[in-house]
Design a protein around this ligand. Structure first.
Ligand code: KMH
Ligand code: ZN
Length: 282
């Protein structure tokens, strides 16, 4: 199977919403969902307009990023109770989070978790992902039956992904799914040429989605749809809806992605079909 071919049984588009992230402050972005109540409302709204998976970063009472296990467990439970969305927790956290806390995220037992495939400059910071740490995340997910989404910030990280699978086997669920995170200052650019270059390196049989950070959001979305890929949108990645227009809420971004997916004749797939696609247990 060529990497750009949708998996059998699904020619539709899996839309993931990344509503919060770890980088924006509530003070600067008052409509960022940071409390559990705001997150659950966001999850419901986004499911209604076409999201099938949610990529979650949790905040503390002061709206600062946290990897507190109790909060993570509470969040997983609340989103499961209120939606059918596939619940993906970030193991990326914030650039300041230690490896132990990032590994500890897996004990919250989400359906899926992110696994970044290498170190990347991240604006003025460094997002550190040593090989041994990546392997520990991969194995930790295999042991717990958590389905990874491999986050790819630069092309060499696709080579690392191939090495990971060769040396340590397929992930839980038996299927490889990755997300090209494009347009991070320090990572690969968010444009069609780079997406096409990345596809040559996607492992056979894998599915991919793509995320364009900042102003690359729309070009990457359109390029991914046209290449048979899935998409991730949300306020973690972009705060502007159009030139000079701030995002109203996450559902606005999901609704736009769903509309474009329909126009591309690859309509959004629901959470149940997406579970089959990714190998996530129902
Ligand atoms: N917040 C970034 C440092 C992930 O969620 O796995 C890392 C990130 C990737 O957002
Ligand atoms: Zn994230």
């Amino acid at each position: 199977m060529s990497p750009s071919t949708p998996r059998p049984g699904s020619s539709g588009t899996l839309i993931t919403v990344a509503p919060t992230g770890a980088e924006h402050s509530k003070a600067d972005v008052p409509n960022l969902p940071v409390t559990l109540e705001e997150l659950v409302r966001t999850a419901r709204d986004c499911e209604r307009v076409g999201a099938a998976m949610i990529h979650i970063h949790v905040r503390d009472d002061d709206a600062r990023p946290t990897l507190d296990l109790g909060r993570l467990k509470e969040t997983v439970a609340a989103v499961r109770e209120n939606t059918r969305l596939i619940v993906q927790l970030s193991t990326g956290g914030a650039v300041t989070d230690p490896e132990s806390a990032r590994l500890g995220v897996l004990d919250a037992m989400p359906d899926s978790a992110s696994c970044t495939m290498g170190t990347v400059n991240f604006g003025d910071d460094v997002f550190l992902n040593r090989w041994e740490f990546v392997v520990a995340l991969h194995k930790g997910m295999q042991e717990r039956g958590i389905v990874p989404e491999y986050e790819i910030f630069d092309l060499g990280q696709l080579t690392a992904l191939r090495r990971l699978i060769d040396e340590h086997g397929l992930p839980a669920g038996g299927h490889v799914h990755l997300d090209l995170v494009m347009g991070v200052p320090g990572g690969m650019p968010g444009d069609t040429e780079t997406l096409a270059a990345a596809l040559r390196l996607v492992p056979d049989g894998a599915t991919f989605s793509a995320t364009g950070v900042g102003r690359t959001s729309l070009p990457v979305l359109l390029a991914s749809l046209s290449a048979g890929g899935h998409v991730r949108v949300g306020m973690e990645d972009t705060l502007s809806y159009a030139r000079g227009e701030r995002v109203r809420d996450n559902a606005q971004l999901v609704a736009r992605a769903a509309g474009l997916a329909k126009i591309a004749q690859r309509p959004p797939v629901g959470p149940e079909e997406s579970r089959v696609l990714l190998g996530v247990a129902s």
